[in-house]
Design a protein around this ligand. Structure first.
Ligand SMILES: *Cc1c(COP(=O)(O)O)cnc(C)c1O
Length: 398
């Protein structure tokens, strides 16, 4: 464990777009003795969390829980449903889409990567046009990152589904919701998604270590005859035993205690209320950014992310030096720019267990940091966010 020379008073502000601040209720739930994962109590826990995750994915189909980071669930989606040499269509929305593409290539898939400028969402019209050209149905899957965590741009999954249908194309639709599930409206069944990938440490308010697949009947059928090799990630071994609440290998028991608590919290607040809260906090954040006179990386206001905002640094100023000043002075972590936008943007995470005052503290820290780092900006961003939050004030239940 990293030892700080002195205890910093107050809480660390973990305002990166995941991992997010873990609520005390979840931490307390995790802090219980590990039980026998084959004993009588465990089955009830397993059944409860599997049922709860179906509600969050909005699916009646199978949900798989892996003791793995989100990257594991990416791999599971690909190796269960596809065959060596299969062609997949992916959209370059940013760093995470690029990593998923690299994984697909390394697994022996043929990837067609629709180029993007890291400021826009996946383009349903371009996807439709490409699928129409694919008369022989060589493309086996379309893979989209719902919320591109590197850029703060949310793609329209319903529109992508409609594009695939208009083209009359049988490709599977796979969607990464690692930084959107539990923060942004998502409907696995209604939107006809075949495999949804998710992770524990962002909107689900848990520490890192769990990840998920939601699987359609069509994807499950594809997994019967595919040729990509798999063992640990195999859906069938999970699906066989999961109805009893048990797992084929040792699950991350204590994280599942936390998941049960996090699901309770999401359902107590109500998923729709949770989504509205994220939208409201995102709008307040954007008002702050505009008041500072800084530019939002997402170039399409229709596609602004409710869970994070990436902010462009003025030319000649280092986003990483600024983040370091914020960390050192205010004990707050902001998200760094990744690969292509390294040092050029910083990201404000406003997802997970956040309320109005958490956000005000976050934005105040950013504003003070801009001044300390001598980044040219106007004052009053935090004030603009406060005015919006007060205007749209909500009665906190209980
Ligand atoms: C965080 C993230 C990932 C990577 O997940 P890990 O848990 O780090 O493996 C992938 N995709 C998106 C959209 C993410 O936000």
């Amino acid at each position: 464990m990293l030892r700080l020379s002195a205890h910093p008073s107050g809480r660390h502000f973990l305002q990166i777009p995941g991992p997010t601040n873990v609520p005390d209720r979840v931490l307390r739930a995790i802090d219980h003795g590990t039980i026998d994962h084959r004993g009588p109590e465990f089955g009830e826990l397993g059944k409860a969390v599997l049922a709860g995750m179906k509600q969050v994915f909005k699916t009646d189909g199978h949900v798989i829980i892996y003791p793995a980071s989100g990257t594991g669930a990416w791999e599971a989606a690909l190796v269960n449903a596809l065959s060596t040499g299969d062609k997949v269509l992916m959209a370059e929305t940013g760093h995470f889409a690029t990593l998923w593409k690299k994984m697909a290539v390394s697994l022996g898939l043929q990837v067609e990567f629709m180029a993007g400028d890291w400021r826009r969402a996946a383009d349903p019209q371009a996807i439709e046009a490409r699928l129409r050209e694919d008369k022989g149905h060589g493309i086996k899957a379309v893979c989209i990152v719902h919320n591109e965590t590197a850029t703060g741009v949310t793609s329209d999954i319903k529109a992508v589904r409609e594009a695939i249908d208009r083209a009359g194309h049988p490709a599977l639709l796979m969607v990464d919701t690692i930084s959107s599930l539990g923060s942004i409206d998502y409907r696995h069944d209604e939107w006809g998604v075949d495999v949804t990938v998710a992770g524990s440490q962002k909107g689900l308010m848990l520490p890192p270590g769990l990840s998920f697949n939601a699987v359609s009947a069509k994807a499950l059928a594809a997994s019967q005859n595919n040729t990509l090799r798999r063992s640990y990630w195999d859906w069938h071994a999970m699906i066989e035993i999961n109805p009893t609440g048990y797992f084929p290998y040792t699950p991350a028991t204590n994280l599942l205690y936390g998941l049960q608590e996090a699901l309770d919290m999401l359902f107590e607040e109500g998923l729709e209320t949770v989504f509205e809260r994220h939208k409201r906090h995102a709008e307040a954040t954007r008002r702050a950014v505009r008041a500072w006179g800084l530019e939002i990386l997402c170039a399409d206001p229709e596609r602004y992310s409710p869970s994070l905002t990436a902010v462009m640094m003025p030319e000649g100023h280092s986003a990483d030096a600024f983040r370091r000043i914020v960390l050192d002075h205010f004990n707050m972590s902001l998200g760094q720019g990744l690969s292509k936008v390294k040092d050029k943007v910083f990201r404000i995470g406003h997802l997970g267990d956040i309320n109005d005052l958490t956000l005000c503290g976050t934005l105040a820290g950013v504003e003070m940091g801009l001044a300390l780092a001598k980044v040219p900006h106007e004052q009053g961003g935090a004030r603009a966010a406060m005015s919006y939050l007060a205007e749209k004030a909500e009665v906190r239940s209980r």
